[in-house]
Design a protein around this ligand. Structure first.
Ligand code: PLP
Length: 395
């Protein structure tokens, strides 16, 4: 018996454990200091009342013989897939029900979707990157090529004809940079992928934050159904990080070497996955009701306001950043040429604010720092006030 030796090639991820360790050590040494966390990528507001109500109702259904549900369809219940189809239709994108697959979240699907692709494919990922794209491919032994996301290209790398990629990851609005592609920019990616016969894995986990003329779905671009899979999540849209629900769109038009991606994914899911719980899917469907949408919009507005507060602080300080407008993330250049971890230490030690060092997301993240808008308004305002005071004193 031999284990999968590709696991030996995984880089250790010290980012979040290092942060936790440093924060715990600081708090132990300074028990009287109030630490403000602007580093978390998790939501803080509870599930919307409409979601909770739908889940309660579903729980009651499970308690009665007549309405009890056992195994559900692996691809998700039709009531939820119809709601998702309606959500796309309202944005002018028409999907067939068979193209929508409900899952337990975008992270799982990011990894699982790779089952349908050959391990000899070359993978193109941005740097900095959501580490899941890299690690899931390292585990399978695929070759990874990085494209530089830098201040020069606004952290939005565009296709390079000299790069031979088979599987392309695009995440927009982006984690960690908050940068978001316009439909015109995505058109260039779609054209490149179609010319190459490559597939785009489009991570739209943050689409609900997109506004101001940026794309919310890759299918806004004509021809994208020939070359792109879209991964979505209720996590950041509706606070499902702990509840777990997402969906993946695999168009019927996506065919390579005479094989249908949709058929392969259906086969993969029906073989290895037994679906998301009925209760959770009822909760997810409530996200698309009039009432649910209004409540979720109100929650998103809280995070958007926080993002605007952080972005406004950077504007006042004249610090370069991306994100904040179409994203809960603000990706800022550390002042005075500081390195990411040095800036982390400065904020923690001087003003007790915790963020995420950009270098943890790839080499191009060095010198950058991620702040998130998922805290409360009060915490965000207080943290921004402290940062502003500290950096003004250093200007
Ligand atoms: N994709 C990106 C870019 C993310 O940042 C995250 C979570 O932080 C996910 C996917 C995971 O989403 P889910 O909670 O649906 O697994």
């Amino acid at each position: 018996m031999k284990l999968n030796e590709n696991y030996k090639n995984l880089a250790e991820s010290y980012l979040f454990s290092n942060i936790a360790h440093k924060v715990a050590a600081y708090q132990a040494a300074h028990p009287d200091k109030k630490i403000l966390r602007l580093g978390i990528g998790d939501v803080t507001l509870p599930l919307a009342p409409a979601v909770i109500e739908a889940m309660h109702k579903a729980v009651d259904e499970m308690s009665k013989k007549e309405s009890f549900r056992g195994y559900g369809p692996e691809q998700g219940y039709d009531f939820l897939r119809e709601s998702i189809r309606g959500y796309y239709a309202r944005r002018g994108i028409s999907l067939d029900l068979s193209e929508i697959f409900v899952s337990d979240g975008a992270k799982s699907d990011c990894g699982n979707i790779l089952d349908i692709f050959d391990t000899a494919n070359t993978v193109l990922v941005p740097d900095p990157v959501y580490p899941v794209y890299v690690d899931t491919n390292v585990m399978a032994g695929r070759k990874i090529v990085y494209m530089n996301a830098t201040a020069e290209n606004g952290f939005l790398p565009m296709p390079d004809e000299s790069v031979a990629a088979d599987i392309i990851y695009l995440c927009s609005p982006n984690n960690p940079t908050g940068a978001a592609y316009t439909a015109a920019q995505l058109r260039e990616w779609v054209d490149y992928a179609r010319r190459r016969g490559a597939v785009i894995l489009y991570d739209a986990a943050y689409e609900s934050f997109a506004c101001e003329g940026v794309a919310r779905s890759i299918y806004e671009v004509e021809g994208a159904k020939d070359c792109a899979i879209e991964l979505c999540s209720f996590s950041k849209t509706a606070g499902f990080t702990g509840t777990r629900c997402g969906y993946t769109v695999v168009p019927q038009a996506l065919v390579f070497g005479g094989m249908s991606c949709n058929k392969l994914w259906l086969r993969r899911q029906t073989t290895k996955f037994n679906g998301v719980s009925y209760i959770v899917q009822r909760g997810a469907a409530a996200v698309f009701t009039e009432e649910g949408e209004a409540q979720i919009r109100a929650n998103l507005d809280v995070y958007r306001k926080n993002a605007a507060i952080i972005a406004g602080t950077m504007d006042k300080l004249g610090i370069f950043y991306t994100g904040g407008k179409n994203s809960p993330y603000i990706w800022l250049q550390c002042p005075n040429g500081m390195k990411s971890w040095d800036f982390f230490d400065l904020l923690l030690n001087e003003v007790q604010v915790v963020g995420t060092p950009g270098s943890g997301f790839g080499k191009n993240g060095e010198g950058f720092f991620r702040l998130t808008a998922f805290g409360s308004e009060e915490t965000t305002r207080e943290a921004c006030g402290r940062i502003e005071k500290l950096l003004r004193a250093k200007q």
